[in-house]
Design a protein around this ligand. Structure first.
Ligand code: ATP
Length: 207
């Protein structure tokens, strides 16, 4: 149950190049706290990360680089061909990500934020986030627009961007999981900001 001192926990997701980060920054500019699930996931397996000793115990030191981080290439190769290894890795990483996420959310709540935005690119795909959120905002756009934006931003080929898009949830799967959708196609940045502010007003958060 939401109370005046309990912030609203908004999940933010969308396909590659849809404009999630742009929307996330607009929410932050308007007073929200942003919690970046990808950055947290990377940090637990970076040098000194909280998952490393358990990974070394479960998989051996061969999976730790000389810098003391998870050897992502080696692990990717293993989990690609071994579903039980993938489960063991996730059983180590997910609780640590969850702990770090809760700690960041608590710090933002203590700092007085009324809106916590959880930027989770694979929110729909992973399925484990929804129960921890009060609502989901999906940023959507045409597939052609995604391709053009990511080719321009990352210098990737059309085929490479299409490959990433096909590995993600479909637009309709994402939209079905949404409480709010921003269709960020042919929208100016000012118009996009106006949509973001309208959602914050819907949530009774300051703009
Ligand atoms: P990724 O999944 O790759 O992290 P993303 O969903 O976070 O992508 P952004 O990085 O926010 O997407 O946007 C992709 C690119 O499109 C960026 O270069 C951004 O500046 C641009 N962009 C997004 N929305 C608009 C818009 N309404 N008008 C102009 N440019 C936009």
């Amino acid at each position: 149950m939401q109370t005046s001192s309990t912030p609203f926990r908004l999940g933010l997701t969308g396909g590659i190049g849809s404009g999630k980060s742009t929307v996330g920054q607009m929410l932050v500019d308007a007073g929200a706290a942003l919690i970046d699930a990808d950055a947290i996931s990377r940090s637990v397996t970076a040098p000194g990360g909280s998952a490393l000793s358990a990974i070394a115990q479960a998989f051996g030191l061969d999976f730790i680089t000389t810098e003391g981080a998870l050897d992502r290439d080696r692990m990717r190769t293993l989990v690609f061909s071994d579903a039980s290894a993938k489960q063991r890795l996730e059983a180590i990483i997910h609780p640590l990500v969850s702990l770090a996420t809760k700690a960041q959310a608590q710090a933002a709540t203590t700092a007085g934020h009324k809106l916590l935005v959880f930027d989770v690119p694979l929110l729909v795909e992973s399925g484990r986030w929804r129960a921890q959120l009060d609502g989901v905002l999906v940023v959507d756009c045409e597939t052609d627009t995604q391709i053009k934006r990511v080719m321009a931003r990352n210098g990737l080929s059309q085929g490479a961007v299409e490959g990433i898009i096909h590995a993600q949830a479909t637009r309709s799967q994402r939209v079905q999981a949404a409480d709010w959708v921003i269709f960020n196609d042919a929208l100016s940045l000012d118009d996009l900001r106006a949509h973001v502010h309208q959602i914050m007003r819907d949530l009774s958060c300051k703009v």
